[in-house]
Ligand binder design. Structure first.
Ligand code: ATP
Ligand code: MG
Length: 422
């Protein structure tokens, strides 16, 4: 049997890649306009970076990491997410110069050993961003409004914001205790993972996807009732700005997210039309993480968007076209020799052009041209060579016109310019 790609690792082929590139380019533009700079990160890190940041009790660290030893027996891991690496780079390169705000964004593949299904793969792509050094709730709202704007530009209308606050190290202990007391009363009905996590990290139980656990959790104490004055004011500040911007959202006091490092604002954008894997983007504040990883205490907030899920929501018809402008249909040897220089001359002029080499049937050529979605086809066969004029066919209107062979370049350029101005 021929070799296959690894299970859960996908090839992304045209025309899907056209949508991907547009989604990425739009992200680059939007993030640049909000003052973010791009960071390119390594695909692998020392395993410790992820276990220390994401948390030992999370699904990701417990069972989803691609971890292996290199030839010097160091434990390496293919990155399961981007934030840990950005924080590592932020500290390593001393970007934390006092008082500065740093806005960084990234685009690239992540790796998690999960059961492959719709919207869940083992290699998947994220578009993400992090802001360091800003504690103000305006920053949280800026990110949320910017994300909503991004979805709007892409024509994605179904992504709905879910919002919560996880408080800080001051309000968390009382909540943790209340949650633990509650869960202990029901531990017989919890799954084995949750029973184990209950003692050490009860907030993890809120993130369990098993129906039985979800039923119990629905009646659990809510973190929002335990927020201290500062965290409450921060949360109210965020919702006030979202209201002001006319952004719809739902407060979900049981959302904790699958990573341990979050504080205060946490959020998910959910899209009903995605089915079971409905989170298209997620993120939140992590005001303690930089310090925990050995840097100077620095407030921070970030998000990551799942590329596969996002592109599923994008209507490919709304993607700006990138097809060549004209198909040169050479029917015969002489026509080919004449059209070959035109292929390069037109492309050099910025007029997207393709040429066929050994095709004899006009019908097949037209089918090909249709499939590529060119605007025009230029047909030159033996008869056209004899008569000294080619046929230019508008693929949409099916109108045809005759153009002299000795003015082909100028005529096509004229048609192209006219098309551009329309
Ligand atoms: P989920 O609850 O869907 O498993 P998560 O909490 O694990 O998501 P994050 O770690 O916050 O997700 O990642 C951010 C986004 O990346 C998700 O909202 C999703 O769109 C995407 N994502 C996460 N895991 C995968 C995966 N295995 N395959 C494809 N996309 C993914
Ligand atoms: Mg997950």
């Amino acid at each position: 049997m021929a070799l296959q790609a690894i299970k859960g690792f996908n090839d992304i082929l045209p025309p899907a890649t056209t949508t991907w590139r547009w989604v990425e380019n739009t992200f680059h533009q939007l993030l640049s306009s909000y003052g973010f700079g791009e960071i390119r990160l390594p695909i692998m890190e020392y395993t410790e970076l992820f276990s220390r940041s994401i948390g030992d009790d999370t699904d990701i660290v417990e069972k989803e990491m691609y971890t292996f030893s290199d030839r010097s027996n160091r434990s390496l891991t293919l990155r399961p997410e981007g934030t840990a690496s950005v924080v590592r780079a932020f500290i390593q390169h001393g970007l934390a110069a006092a008082g500065d705000i740093h806005k960084l964004y990234y685009v690239g593949p992540m790796f998690r050993y999960e059961r492959p299904q719709k919207g869940r793969y083992r290699q998947f792509y994220q578009l993400g961003a992090e802001v360091f050094g800003e504690e103000d709730y305006h920053q949280d709202a800026e990110i949320l409004i910017m994300l909503a704007r991004y979805f709007h530009v892409l024509g994605v209308r179904s992504a709905k914001l879910n919002l919560n606050s996880l408080g800080c190290e001051k309000c968390r202990p009382a909540y943790r205790q209340a949650l633990q007391d509650f869960l202990r009363q029901h531990d017989g009905q919890l799954c084995t993972d949750c029973r184990r996590r209950l003692g050490k990290n009860p907030l993890r139980v809120l993130d369990c996807k098993r129906p039985d656990c979800r039923n119990i959790v629905a009646g659990a104490p809510k973190i929002l009732d335990y927020l201290g004055a500062d965290c409450r004011a921060h949360f109210d500040g965020v919702t006030r700005l979202l209201d002001g911007a006319g952004l719809d959202y739902q407060v979900n006091p049981l959302m904790v997210r699958g990573l341990d490092y979050y504080t205060r604002t946490t959020f998910e954008f959910l899209a009903g039309d995605l089915g079971a894997q409905n989170a298209v983007a997620a993120g939140g504040r992590y005001d303690r993480l930089v310090e925990e990883l050995g840097g100077k205490a620095t407030p921070a907030i970030g998000f990551a968007i799942g590329m596969e899920r996002l592109t599923m929501l994008v209507d490919s018809a709304s993607v700006p076209g990138s097809a060549p402008f004209i198909y040169l249909a050479a029917l015969g040897e002489k026509a080919l020799e004449m059209l070959y220089p035109l292929l390069h001359a037109l492309n050099q002029e910025g007029i997207g052009t393709v040429l066929n080499y050994r095709q004899k049937s006009l019908k097949n050529l037209m089918k090909k041209a249709d499939r590529i979605k060119v605007e025009y086809t230029l047909i030159v066969g033996d008869q056209e060579m004899e008569q000294g004029a080619a046929i230019l066919r508008n693929m949409k209107t099916k109108e045809q016109q005759s153009i002299p062979l000795n003015t082909l370049f100028a005529s096509i350029r004229e048609v192209f310019n006219g098309h551009q101005n329309n």
